[in-house]
Write a protein that binds this ligand. Structure first.
Ligand code: ZN
Length: 190
């Protein structure tokens, strides 16, 4: 026990001595010009941690203007709803098809339409064919649409939020034939 304490004290002393040496070394170059203020400068802590905190905070605020969605081979998204905060001028959907089946048999996308329009858009889209990602071309009911992607693929889309009304009822869904009922969710526009 006594030995442990001595070791600890010795370690602490070495640590203090090293930092004191470093401090002294940094000031050696300016010694003649700053000699009278050296003691106060040595006592001033260096603010290295503050920068890290600020960077983390800015990443967090950006994260609220985007959502990550995945779709799988069982015709399911990973989430059933997401919100678009009022503070976001633009919003980004990061979408990944995490399945392994090709686009021709298990393609997925993320389409946004008014809740009242969504099912009709999905039905009309079936006859639009694969070349149109199963969406009626130039259909104004389609507010946002990502690319249709197959297993292992990713896509990202950023859109202006002024195309969505605050408090409006919107759905996001997959327009691949037969996917509408299992691949849909609610969007809250704050
Ligand atoms: Zn799908």
């Amino acid at each position: 026990m006594y030995k442990m304490q001595r070791l600890l004290i010795a370690t602490l002393f070495i640590g203090t001595a090293v930092s004191a040496n470093e401090t002294h070394h940094q000031h050696t170059a300016h010694k003649h010009a700053t000699e009278t203020t050296n003691s106060t400068e040595a006592a001033t802590p260096t603010p290295t941690d503050e920068k890290t905190d600020n960077e983390a905070a800015s990443v967090d605020s950006d994260a609220t203007c985007q959502v990550s969605i995945t779709g799988n081979d069982r015709m399911k998204y990973n989430i059933k709803e997401f919100a678009i905060p009022a503070s976001c001028d633009e919003f980004t959907i990061n979408f990944a098809n995490v399945g392994s089946l090709p686009k021709t048999s298990m393609g997925h996308n993320v389409v946004i339409a008014k809740k009242a329009d969504a099912q009709a858009v999905a039905i009309d889209g079936m006859s639009a064919g694969v070349q149109n990602d199963y969406l009626p071309p130039d259909d104004k009911r389609v507010i946002v649409k990502t690319a249709m992607i197959g297993g292992g693929e990713k896509t990202s889309l950023t859109f202006p939020t002024d195309s969505l009304e605050k408090g409006g009822e919107y759905l996001f869904f997959c327009s691949f034939p037969g996917h509408f009922f299992t691949m849909q969710g609610i969007i809250t526009v704050e």
